[in-house]
Design a protein around this ligand. Structure first.
Ligand code: DAH
Length: 383
């Protein structure tokens, strides 16, 4: 800022003018005074230029420069303050003062611009001086797909390679597709196996991807082979259960499809995901929509099926050497009947939890990691 009320002509511009020692007469009554006043205003204006030049020379930042500009050229600045006195001059004297003001404004502006350009050039030169092109760059953060998504895509890709199509169905499902068409009539005890989130009596959040089986068969004729990935919901929440998780359902229907096809297909799938050495075993089980039904175990991918890693017991398979990976079976005739398929067709179905496959594949010990959105965890899956 320029000094206010300092030496020289500048003090004429210092408000309040009436209190200033060189306050200009405000009346038109004194003719001699009028002439002197015009001269005073002109010299006050002219005096701004050298003072400003000095101020600019001392200003070392663009911010200081701007403060000076406002002080002199601003709406309430020095020039404006001097010009506010114009009405006190005789009309004949005003044009000369006005012209001086315009020329002073022009010169002040030019001074600002050139000083500003010099300061900016200095800044740039300084930045260039400090810039070291030899410093290695910082790699930008890369986004990545969630491990559940990655594994779901991988599984679908494997089944596509085996000739399966991808199918989908709604997450908000009706009772009929989720239960009834899958051989679970209203009072069926197997309904209790899945803690259901009901929306109304007949509408629910699907508890598994199996309803896509029924929907697919109602829409397509055999032969067919589909996998249906998606979200499923259950009223369940603890260390090893989340109310939403992912499943992939599989279905193959045709002439003479047998348990051998099921075993061959699932063995090929398991070896593609977990490695060619992986062993597969089928244990008899029960599902209302398959008969016979089985649960599939694979040799533990942590300890290689040995049950121990060195001397330590394997915590993944709890020393058994096997881990359960999915449920499957031959499609129950009652399901074929519900969708209006002829009695001669046969087929197999299977269903697996994607989080479970992901945990086994990557040795993830805690289900909660999938939902915590910790980039230290998620970043490990960036490709
Ligand atoms: N829907 C079953 C569940 O959520 C999984 C399942 C088991 C699906 C056997 C199948 C099957 O298609 O055949 O627990």
């Amino acid at each position: 800022m320029l000094p206010r009320g300092g030496t020289g002509l500048f003090r004429c511009g210092t408000p309040p003018l009436a209190a200033s020692p060189c306050a200009l007469p405000l009346t038109k009554a004194a003719p001699r005074g009028i002439g002197k006043s015009a001269m005073d205003l002109i010299s006050a204006l002219e005096g701004l230029v050298p003072e400003l030049e000095k101020g600019l020379g001392q200003a070392s930042s663009l911010e200081a420069l701007e403060a000076l500009r406002v002080d002199v050229l601003g709406r309430k600045g020095r020039i404006a303050q001097i010009m506010a006195q114009l009405p006190s001059l005789a009309p004949a004297e005003r044009p000369a003062v006005g012209q001086t003001a315009n020329s002073v404004k022009e010169r002040c502006n030019a001074l600002f611009e050139s000083r500003k350009a010099a300061l900016e050039a200095g800044r740039e030169a300084e930045a260039l001086r400090r810039f070291d092109p030899s410093i290695p760059g910082r790699a930008p953060w890369r986004g990545s797909l969630h491990p559940t998504t990655l594994v779901m895509e991988e599984i679908c890709q494997i089944f596509k390679g085996l000739g399966f199509d991808i199918a989908s169905g709604p997450e908000v499902e009706i009772d009929y597709y989720n239960f009834e068409a899958l051989n679970m009539p209203p009072e069926h005890p197997a309904r209790d196996m899945q803690d259901t989130l009901y929306i109304t009596d007949k509408v629910l959040m699907r508890t598994h991807t199996s309803p896509v089986q029924a929907r697919t068969m109602l829409n397509r004729k055999p032969p067919l082979a589909v996998v249906a990935p998606g979200k499923v919901y259950r009223r369940d929440s603890d260390l090893t259960h989340t109310p939403m998780f992912h499943q992939i359902e599989g279905l193959m229907v045709g002439d003479g499809i047998s348990m051998a096809h099921l075993r061959g297909t699932l063995t090929a799938f398991v070896r593609a995901v977990f490695g060619a050495e992986t062993q597969v075993r089928f244990r008899p089980s029960f599902f209302p929509f398959t008969e016979p039904s089985a649960e599939v175990d694979i040799s533990c991918c942590m300890c290689g099926g040995k049950g121990h890693i060195g001397d330590a017991p394997c915590r993944v398979c709890k020393t058994t050497g096997w881990v359960e990976i999915l449920g499957c079976g031959m499609v129950d005739p009652a399901v074929f009947e519900a969708v209006g398929y002829p009695a001669e067709v046969s087929g197999f179905a299977f269903g697996m939890g994607v989080e479970r496959v992901t945990m086994l594949k990557y040795g993830i010990g805690d289900l909660r990691m999938f939902f915590e959105n910790d980039v230290r965890f998620l970043g490990q899956f960036a490709r």
